[in-house]
Design a protein around this ligand. Structure first.
Ligand SMILES: Cc1cc2nc3c(=O)[nH]c(=O)nc-3n(C[C@H](O)[C@H](O)[C@H](O)COP(=O)(O)OP(=O)(O)OC[C@H]3O[C@@H](n4cnc5c(N)ncnc54)[C@H](O)[C@@H]3O)c2cc1C
Ligand code: FES
Ligand code: FES
Length: 428
């Protein structure tokens, strides 16, 4: 019999919190602020743009001897994803003797805060960084803060503070020793529960009186089994899309399947031919392996794809580039970090005897879904870069796409960028 439960258990600073009777779509931010009174964590945008809500979420490491953290925008994360994990908020940094964490102290000393609204989020992003890298270079600090907006201080004193804080060495580590035993106590099963008949039972983390569930399977077999029974269940990975739908469109999916605990979906396997990247691998982890995106994407239109009810993506397979194959990609957006692109493009080709060969060109932002541009490929194929004519590119763009102004840019702008990206690629 399926056990009905409505308790999310997580560790907060040396205590197990049992969150009972909460909605499956309650965000981590709302729970921390409204139920735990951790109001240091701020709500700025509630859509993943500003970073004022950043907290650290911890999981036991592979040897169960320590805690691995990720910094997350708590406004987009749903509370049941915390089940079996730990959380650190800016309040967690307060030490028994009342002193500040070195990152906080450096923010004071280097004048890294004015109105202070962004400060807890910035501090948490930096504290998360220094748990695994106590000597980051300036670029790493900039990348770490790419999701944190500060409207009034300016970033120089903040980055200076981060560098200054790193002089503290071992004192940068937060004391989470009390959390480890508790994390072991609440850790979720890593094997499926089986009925007496040997059938998989996917235990919900939350099951409402109406029978709507939030499940966190630990194996691929459980995901597949659950989707056979609930083919229209909503899959949840990083939550940057679903979290938005919940916050901004008040979406309340019937059943939610969280994929963050399935090790098979987190794997990156390299073969002689290419890479197989699990569907739940984050971009940050996958980045060193990124090469190309298939133009035969599964998209059929804006926010629609080929997946049938009950299907899910297990992994994507990327072929390794052949010798001499060039790959370039570029994203054009109003803001450098954390912004949805107006247009983006990727190209691959080889230069054979000085001529472009095997050209594949793909765009996003010019049509309702990402797509290849075969007419532009034909313009480029077999030409030397110097022979490519702007007029031919413009004609091919006009013949390939329906002119339409969009939310992020006009067609005049997009089509110009589309052409200039090709010129830049081949000039490179
Ligand atoms: C601040 C911000 C900036 C953004 N910038 C960009 C941008 O520049 N470019 C861009 O393309 N997007 C952008 N996005 C949108 C979002 O980040 C992407 O859509 C992202 O790929 C969603 O991945 P996720 O795992 O976080 O999403 P989730 O919300 O967990 O899932 C997204 C969708 O995929 C489905 N899904 C998840 N896992 C699977 C699976 N294994 N099989 C089948 N379906 C699955 C979910 O059901 C959901 O419909 C941005 C979002 C935010 C909040
Ligand atoms: S409140 Fe802005 S990112 Fe969460
Ligand atoms: S200090 Fe005001 S937004 Fe950063």
């Amino acid at each position: 019999m399926t056990q009905v439960t409505n308790t999310v258990r997580f560790v907060l600073d040396g205590h197990i919190v049992e969150a009972r009777g909460e909605r499956r779509t309650t965000t981590v931010l709302d729970y921390l602020r409204e139920q735990m009174h951790r109001t240091g964590t701020k709500e700025g945008c509630a859509e993943g743009d500003c970073g004022a809500c950043v907290v650290m979420v911890g999981s036991l490491n592979d040897t169960a001897t320590g805690v691995d953290y990720v910094a997350v925008n708590s406004c987009l994360q749903l509370l049941p994803t915390l089940d079996g994990k730990s959380v650190k908020t800016v309040e967690s940094l307060q030490r028994a003797d009342g002193t500040l964490h070195p990152v906080q102290q450096a923010m004071v000393s280097c004048h890294g805060s004015q109105c202070g609204f962004c400060t807890p989020g910035i501090v948490m992003s930096l504290v998360n960084l220094v748990q695994r890298n106590t000597n980051p270079d300036r670029q790493t600090i900039n990348d770490t803060l790419s999701g944190n907006l500060c409207r009034c201080t300016g970033y120089k004193p903040i980055v200076d503070a981060a560098q200054h804080a790193c002089q503290a060495g071992a004192a940068l580590k937060i004391d989470d020793s009390a959390d480890i035993a508790l994390l072991k106590e609440i850790q979720r099963d890593t094997q499926p529960t089986l009925s007496l008949e040997g059938e998989i039972i996917v235990q919900p983390v939350v099951r409402t009186r109406k029978g709507n569930e939030f499940v966190s399977p630990a194996t691929l077999a459980e995901v597949a089994h659950y989707l056979v029974e609930h083919p229209r269940a909503t899959l949840l990975a990083g939550s940057t899309e679903i979290g938005l739908q919940v916050n901004k469109q008040f979406s309340r999916p019937e059943h939610i399947v969280y994929l963050g605990l399935v090790p098979e979906l987190q794997r990156i396997d390299a073969t002689a031919q290419g890479w197989r990247i699990g569907a739940a691998v984050s971009l940050e982890r996958g980045e060193p392996k990124r090469r190309n995106t298939s133009a035969k994407s599964g998209y059929t239109g804006q926010k629609t794809n080929q997946l049938q009810p009950g299907e899910f993506i297990e992994a994507i397979e990327l072929p390794k580039p052949a010798a001499g194959q060039v790959f370039r990609a570029h994203k054009v957006s109003k803001r450098f970090e954390q912004d949805i692109s107006a247009t983006c493009s990727a190209i691959t080709y080889r230069l054979q005897g000085g001529k472009l060969s095997g050209v594949k060109l793909a765009y996003n932002g010019l049509a309702p879904a990402p797509c290849r541009a075969p007419k532009l490929e034909a313009v480029l194929e077999g030409k030397t870069p110097a022979d490519v004519q702007v007029a031919d590119l413009d004609a091919a763009i006009a013949a390939s796409f329906t002119a339409r102004d969009g939310l992020r840019a006009t067609w005049a702008y997009r089509s110009l960028v589309a052409r200039n990206l090709v010129l830049e690629f081949i000039e490179q």
